[in-house]
Design a protein around this ligand. Structure first.
Ligand code: FMN
Length: 405
């Protein structure tokens, strides 16, 4: 027989337990990471791409993790890149035969098995000693494109040899026009198929996580890039480019460049040249006037201008302006197949991911990068299947419910 006293203390115990669960990350949802990285280290345990971040964090030095994770200033854009996806929902269609699901697409003549590319990110040696060689091999294994950063820790020729699958080269101009041209010709000579000119990084940004780790430069000391080794020549324009910039800011040649630089680059590059970092429809229209081969809508993963809009917010206007005239790619904050589907339905040709492949690399090396890409590919395929749109070419805004502007 249960006495009144025993019953009330049993209830109290149950209430305490419920309270414990309510406050537990398990109940708050997976984004709060309901486990410790040490207890979740098997590749097969990774359920989504977020799962790789704590494992990567546990396995690499703190300052390397901070470099990868961080954004600029208050990191509002970094957070908002994710939050903005929450405002778009789906209007799925039913009773459509989706048995022929196919998420492959073709970009600049290369057929890729998913509309998901590896964004250019500096210094993969911070995540893993195999660095960009592992990343390139992983991209080749899943048949998608790795965009190699100018600030790669491996020379372009070695990355070119790491995998026969087509790759693109991201260009940071500097320190002078001649060295810039040599960089491009070297990459094209090594077989890189597309040049991706990054235009949103004219002034080095205020990355507070780096400063708190006492790292002054945008590219930390561990990221020695063979591509940016100082030139032996010192020409007059170098001196000009290296004059101290105002207001104690730091920069590269980039802040002096305008559309004429792009026109020249297109002439000598001899491969398509796309522009990464476009955020306004007006600039996309200018890009078309200059014959641009494509653009990447990007806020650099929230690493340059804080309070830059989320890319998924500006994408519709940009696609409306130029989507019929050239491929519009997009990055910044993509972590789910549903995020990718939203961008494709708005009219993007493909999406790039920056941090997730680095988490995969830091956590499990090449195999981790492969799994990150496969997870995103599966999630995208599933979302397309459930929306009644089996092919990329079937997608349009009719499956979306968008916030009014
Ligand atoms: C660690 C890190 C290094 C980066 N390095 C470069 C770079 O060298 N060149 C470049 O154009 N963009 C660089 N980016 C920006 C990415 O290309 C991409 O725009 C951004 O990571 C996309 O956001 P996401 O990380 O949220 O996917 C870097 C981003 C990160 C996180």
């Amino acid at each position: 027989m249960i006495t009144a006293n025993a019953e009330s203390s049993r209830r109290a115990a149950l209430r305490a337990l419920a309270g414990l669960f309510a406050g537990s990350p398990l109940a708050r949802g997976q984004q709060d990471l309901p486990y410790k990285a040490e207890t979740l280290t098997a590749l097969d345990d990774m359920v989504n791409v977020f799962d790789f971040e704590p494992v990567c964090k546990a396995r690499i030095p703190k300052q390397n993790y901070d470099y990868i994770a961080g954004g600029v200033d208050y990191e509002w854009s970094l957070r908002h890149n994710r939050e903005a996806f929450e405002r778009i929902t789906f209007r799925p269609r039913m009773l459509v035969d989706t048995s022929g699901l196919d998420v492959s697409t073709t970009l600049f003549g290369t057929k890729i098995e998913m509309p998901i590319l590896i964004a250019p990110t500096a210094g993969h040696n911070q995540a893993h000693p195999d660095a960009e060689l592992a990343t390139a091999r992983a991209a080749g294994r899943v048949k998608t494109i790795h965009v190699l950063s100018t600030n790669s820790s491996q020379p372009v020729e070695k990355v070119a040899e790491a995998s026969p699958f087509p790759k693109w080269f991201q260009l940071y101009p500097g320190p002078d026009l001649e060295t810039t041209r040599e960089r491009v010709e070297k990459a094209v000579g090594a077989g890189f198929k597309v040049i991706c000119l990054t235009v949103d990084a004219g002034w080095n940004s205020h990355r507070e996580r780096l400063l708190r780790n006492r790292i002054q430069a945008q590219v930390p000391p561990g990221v020695a890039s063979p591509q940016t080794a100082p030139s032996r020549r010192r020409r007059r324009e170098d001196e000009e480019a290296l004059k101290p910039p105002p207001y104690r800011l730091s920069t590269t040649l980039m802040h002096k460049l305008d559309w004429r630089f792009y026109d020249d680059l297109r002439k000598y590059a001899k491969v398509p040249v796309i522009i990464k970092g476009i955020m306004a429809a007006e600039d996309a229209a200018v890009a078309v006037q200059h014959g641009a081969d494509g653009i990447v809508v990007s806020n650099h993963g929230g690493r340059y201008l804080d309070y830059a809009s989320a890319t998924i917010e500006v994408l519709p206007d940009i696609v409306n302006e130029v989507g019929r005239k050239m491929p519009v790619l997009v990055d910044s904050g993509f972590r789910r197949g549903t995020d990718i589907l939203k961008a494709l339905a708005i009219g993007a040709s493909a999406v790039l991911v920056g941090r997730p492949p680095l988490w995969g690399l830091g956590a499990f090396g090449e195999a981790g990068v492969v799994r990150v890409l496969e997870l995103l590919q599966s999630e995208l395929a599933l979302a397309m299947g459930l929306c009644g749109k089996p092919k990329i070419s079937d997608l349009d805004r009719s499956i979306l419910r968008m916030p009014s502007a």
